[in-house]
Design a protein around this ligand. Structure first.
Ligand SMILES: Cc1ncc(COP(=O)(O)O)c(C=O)c1O
Length: 430
């Protein structure tokens, strides 16, 4: 058997193993193109349809149980049924939804976020990380009176501003300069060639790009170049803010001009926010004659505000955040040492509780390093992990959430061992 035969076997078995998911997906295609309303969730032959979640467990519509090692692509840090989050949402519901006015909750959450990320001196809420980035970009352009945004190959700043394989065709049409991640000479070149760069927008670790951390000295140099050239530095911490109590920026000791966040900071509900230096954010002060508009019916919706505040203030305390990321480091080291010992060119890259599998021996420094055979190897790992009851992303993304126990994490390591035993001989060698 070779790799493609092993994959074909899994795909054939998929239809037999998940008949109700197949039926539900087929039915969904009548009203949703491809049965899908969120591209990342689709994979062939058809995606699993989930019925319910409890703690760190998911159940699909065929009645199969999984340990959730994906955690809603980092938004689900609290798991599926945390009592504090439930209580906060219940209390907010009892207070009435759609109050059509300011409430106390938005101020509480803003204060809590600023306590964690002090560079976010003033904050505005949005409904998603995508929107937060689009607002931050627009603000940077107005503030600097410049037109271009410098971003990095492989970056993902949301559904309307992504650069996985060059610019996405649905991107908003901001004039954009693309540089290479972890390559400071490409940033120097970009600044030399373009005088009109309003902002550098950068993920401290490229998340969707494959959990590729920026080298600290690279980000330091980017920060200095931005300052020298009068461009704003925007950190997209939509994923990375959970890597330490003060976000990745506190670990790097870099103070961006603006920061965008989202995901788990809304307690698991729809959420985004952008913020930064008060003298920049003041452009949104509606009392000012030159105020910029920033609309959004649900920007301060009481459910996200309440769940986000309860989660941050009562559950995801600084120590809990540190512990979760230490457990992530432990998991990544455990599986990587298995790969190394077995001589297989496989590696999980990442930081703390976020990681991504690659079919290579050393973690990539940029998307240009990713091997051409990444896809099939990651597919095989995915099928094996799903079969053994460990839910993760098809692209190799693995995320820890708080309710995962040490036993759950050991179970993931054991499933990695069984993957190596079962398929090690089929994998391309380095
Ligand atoms: C770094 C980064 N920025 C922005 C976004 C977009 O956030 P949302 O999906 O809430 O629009 C994501 C989502 O995965 C992300 O990882």
């Amino acid at each position: 058997m070779d790799l493609s035969e092993a994959l074909a076997q899994h795909k054939a078995a998929w239809h037999k193993r998940y008949p109700e998911s197949a039926r539900q997906h087929q039915a969904a295609t009548e009203v949703l193109p491809g049965g899908n309303t969120r591209s990342v969730l689709y994979y062939d032959p058809f995606p699993l349809v989930m019925a319910s979640g409890q703690g760190s467990h998911l159940r699909d519509v065929d009645g199969n149980d999984y340990l959730d090692f994906l955690g809603e692509f980092t938004a689900g840090v609290y798991g599926h049924s945390h009592p504090v989050i439930h209580q906060a949402i219940t209390d907010a519901l009892q207070g009435g939804i759609n109050l059509t006015g300011h409430t106390l909750l938005e101020v509480q959450l803003a204060r809590e976020i600023r306590r964690r990320l002090p560079s976010m001196e003033q904050i505005r809420f949005t409904n998603s990380g995508t929107e937060a980035n689009l607002m931050a970009i627009a603000l940077a352009k107005v503030h600097t009176h410049r037109s271009h945004i410098l971003v990095f190959q492989g970056a993902y700043h949301g559904g309307l501003y992504g650069f996985a394989k060059g610019p996405s065709p649905v991107n908003v049409p901001h004039p954009t300069v693309l540089a290479r991640y972890n390559d400071i000479s490409s940033v120097e070149e970009a600044f030399a060639q373009h005088q009109d760069i309003a902002a550098v927008l950068v993920e401290p670790m490229q998340g969707a790009g494959g959990c590729i951390p920026a080298q600290p000295q690279f980000l330091q140099a980017v920060a200095e170049l931005a300052r020298e050239h009068g461009a704003l530095l925007i950190f997209d911490e939509v994923m990375t803010s959970r890597l330490s109590p003060g976000g990745r920026q506190s670990e790097l000791k870099i103070q961006p001009d603006l920061t965008t966040v989202g995901k788990y900071l809304g307690g698991g509900l729809s959420f985004g926010a952008f913020g930064g230096r008060a003298n920049i954010m003041r452009r949104f002060d509606p009392r000012e004659p030159d105020a910029l508009p920033h609309a959004g019916t649900f920007n301060n919706n009481v459910l996200s505000m309440a769940a986000g505040y309860a989660g941050l203030s009562q559950v995801f305390t600084p120590q809990v955040c540190i512990d979760l990321n230490a457990r992530g480091n432990h998991l990544r080291q455990a599986v990587n040492s298995r790969f190394r010992e077995s001589g297989l060119p496989l590696v999980f890259s990442g930081l703390g509780s976020l990681m991504n599998l690659h079919a290579m021996s050393e973690p990539p420094q940029s998307v240009a390093d990713l091997p051409p055979h990444n896809g099939p190897v990651r597919d095989l790992f995915f099928f094996h992990m799903i079969e053994t009851g460990h839910y993760m992303a098809r692209r190799g993304f693995v995320v820890l959430s708080l309710p995962l126990t040490d036993t759950d994490i050991e179970s993931f390591v054991a499933a990695t061992d069984s993957f190596i035993e079962r398929y090690g001989a089929l994998l391309p060698q380095s």
